[in-house]
Write a protein that binds this ligand. Structure first.
Ligand SMILES: [Zn+2]
Length: 307
């Protein structure tokens, strides 16, 4: 009993202690924003990866109060040159650097996140799915061009958003190279940031992405990016989900540790099973858990008690 209390107390304490950021850049990964009314309609993975506009604004307020500064890709590149010289930061790097990323390029970024980011004088890296050019519900060419001219950085999130580890060399080439070329032609700017779709990759994918000309590749591995091992070809991120109401908590030792365990395990399953089979297994487990919870609730109160 005592051990359990001690463990809980230690756990709670770890959720209070911030991660040491001296030699690190936190890269936070968002997907979707919604108003509190809209989020009521969401379910499944869309809901899991959505935060409300109110929560997002609170996150930005926290970053502003704490003096965080959203850095550009050029500043990120400068940071990475320090590999092996831990403890030193380049002169042009602000004291509290951070990177905000958004995957998938849905219209809610333009409608909600972009105005809030501008209001707080912050930037974000926005990763577009190239085949969704002007598709309903996604950022349009015109919007992307406007944002690129107003401090947002546009990257590729592949051509069609599929598991890159399970496709042929030729298809992989399309996902990486063609998406880059299409976005560059559409937007009239250089696209050298890439975010891996579905969080599944292997050495072959990383190599192909570098060959396609990407200078920074963002994964869904869960960690704070550190320049002690600052490998720009697989930058870990801190995925923000519906339950993440506070960025302060997100940047604590406890939260990062738990995230690493959770994403480490799901990553292992994804690479063992492939993304498709992982999703099926996940759905079955959720259905099973749902069944247990529902049958618990529908049981008459107290019927299982002995007295
Ligand atoms: Zn995605």
């Amino acid at each position: 009993m005592k051990t359990a209390i001690l463990l809980v107390a230690l756990g709670l304490l770890l959720y209070r202690i911030p991660v040491r950021l001296e030699d690190k850049i936190p890269v936070v990964a968002y997907h979707y924003l919604a108003t509190p009314q809209e989020i009521e309609q969401y379910e499944g993975s869309r809901l899991r990866y959505t935060v409300t506009t109110e929560v997002f604004e609170k996150h930005l307020q926290y970053l502003a109060e704490q003096g965080f500064y959203t850095i550009s890709p050029e500043q990120l590149m400068a940071f990475s040159r320090l590999t092996g010289r831990a403890g030193e930061a380049p002169a042009d790097l602000p004291p509290k650097p951070i990177i905000i990323t958004f995957d998938d390029g849905t219209a809610d970024f333009f409608n909600y996140a972009y105005p809030l980011l501008k209001r707080y004088g912050m930037s974000a890296y926005v990763f577009l799915i190239a085949a969704k050019e002007n598709a309903p519900g996604y950022i349009s060419n015109e919007q992307a061009r406007e944002m690129a001219g107003s401090g947002m950085y546009i990257g590729s999130h592949s051509l069609t958003h599929r598991d890159l580890t399970e496709i042929s060399e030729e298809e992989l080439e399309k996902e990486l190279f063609l998406s880059k070329e299409l976005l560059e032609n559409r937007l009239g700017l250089r696209v050298d940031l890439f975010s891996i779709p579905l969080g599944v990759y292997n050495e072959r994918v990383l190599l192909a992405a570098r060959r396609a000309g990407y200078r920074a590749i963002f994964t869904s591995d869960y960690d704070v990016f550190s320049f002690r091992n600052g490998d720009l070809s697989k930058i870990p991120r801190l995925a923000v989900k519906v339950e993440d109401k506070s960025l302060r908590t997100k940047l604590t030792i406890g939260s990062v540790m738990m995230g690493k365990i959770y994403y480490g395990l799901t990553g292992l399953f994804k690479s063992m099973l492939g993304f498709q089979r992982y999703q099926e297994l996940r759905k079955t487990v959720i259905r099973f858990l749902d069944m247990i919870v529902t049958s618990e609730q529908s049981r008459p109160a107290g019927s299982w008690k002995l007295n």
